[in-house]
Design a protein around this ligand. Structure first.
Ligand SMILES: [Mn+2]
Length: 344
């Protein structure tokens, strides 16, 4: 990662459109980058990491583009875009898109095993700017990235000690801190209001001067609704998930109308770090899938890619991945999951 080069490249971009991943890490990296540059801002609006055709079309009219926390190298969107482009990402890269127009930055180009969320990288770009480390911390906790970001956690502890507590800085401690609560509030905004909720979150985090500014906003209401729905689904998971004892795996269908696949797979995986957790939810347009295996015993990204092969999209990290299956092909994917989970 070359932070200085990145900072100079961004500063030279003309009226960029900033496209950020629709999660806490994407929201926070967008809020931070706008300390450096302003422009139109949009979350990615397709399933998972995808962009809708409408968004790609509108990007063609943009003078320049910044992609945050989106593995653009796994999408074909850049093929039709010839503007100057800055890509800041931390997903396992498939290729480096850097050329005379594009600067593609990913710390995994240098160290494939490092886990530094996009909001950590965005904060580093801003160098010594005071009072905003907490915004990076929210994204880092949202992406389970605390362990490799100890320098950031120490800065937050100096600037806003009340939001991290005084224990060590591990993900498990931080997810229950106020920092983790803000990450959950952003997630809740997406669950309750979809992309509109994410846009509200982005504005609120960007405009907040201190963590306490966030707690008294509409995000608080989203959070209350979210907490209630989550605990209902967690209880139901324990009663009704299909269990595969040979591989310690679970396959579970969400029952609520709120979009909770990735949240339930994360929370159940926190409770069962050795288990393979596959959660799915049927929608009118197809089926959403989320998988976790927190201790890394099994690569859930591969399992999901296999299950959706030919009928959808899937991918992500080995320990946390997602996918989507076209309508009418749900049972094919579920059958493939059952076969795999019976004998990984
Ligand atoms: Mn991320």
């Amino acid at each position: 990662m070359n932070y200085k080069k990145s900072r100079e490249f961004i500063s030279g971009l003309e009226k960029p459109t900033i496209v950020y991943h629709k999660d806490a890490d994407g929201v926070c990296s967008s809020a931070l980058i706008q300390e450096l540059v302003s422009g139109n801002v949009a979350p990615n609006d397709g399933p998972g990491i995808q962009l809708s055709e409408g968004l790609v079309e509108s990007l063609k009219n943009s003078k320049s583009i910044i992609f945050l926390d989106i593995p653009v190298d796994q999408l074909s969107v850049v093929d039709g875009l010839d503007q100057s482009m800055f890509i800041l990402d931390h997903h396992p890269p498939e290729k480096n898109l850097t050329n005379e127009n594009i600067l593609h930055q990913n710390p995994r180009f240098e160290d494939p095993d490092v886990y530094l969320p996009a909001s950590y990288l965005a904060y580093k770009l801003l160098e010594d700017r005071k009072g905003i480390a907490w915004k990076a911390g929210v994204g880092v906790v949202g992406d389970h990235g605390v362990e490799d970001c100890q320098d950031l956690m120490e800065t937050i502890a100096e600037e806003n000690p009340e939001i991290v507590g005084d224990g060590g800085y591990t993900y498990n401690e931080m997810k229950d801190s106020k920092l983790g609560m803000i990450a959950d509030m952003i997630e809740a905004s997406k669950v309750v209001e979809g992309l509109d909720g994410i846009r509200k979150s982005q504005n609120i985090i960007r405009d907040a001067e201190k963590p306490n500014d966030v707690f008294e906003t509409q995000l608080r209401d989203f959070y209350e609704i979210y907490k209630k729905e989550m605990s209902k689904e967690e209880d139901r998971f324990e009663r009704e998930a299909e269990y595969f004892p040979g591989t310690n795996s679970y396959l579970y269908e969400i029952s609520t109308s709120y979009s909770l696949v990735s949240d339930i797979s994360t929370s159940m995986s926190n409770k069962k770090p050795d288990a393979v957790i596959i959660v799915y939810q049927r929608e009118s347009y197809g089926m959403k899938i989320s998988g976790r295996c927190q201790n890394g015993r099994v690569d859930v990204s591969n399992i999901i890619k296999h299950a959706v092969d030919g009928h959808g999209t899937g991918g992500g990290h080995p320990q946390a991945a997602g996918g989507f299956v076209e309508r009418g092909k749900e049972e094919i994917a579920l059958q493939r999951f059952r076969e795999k989970l019976e004998g990984i």
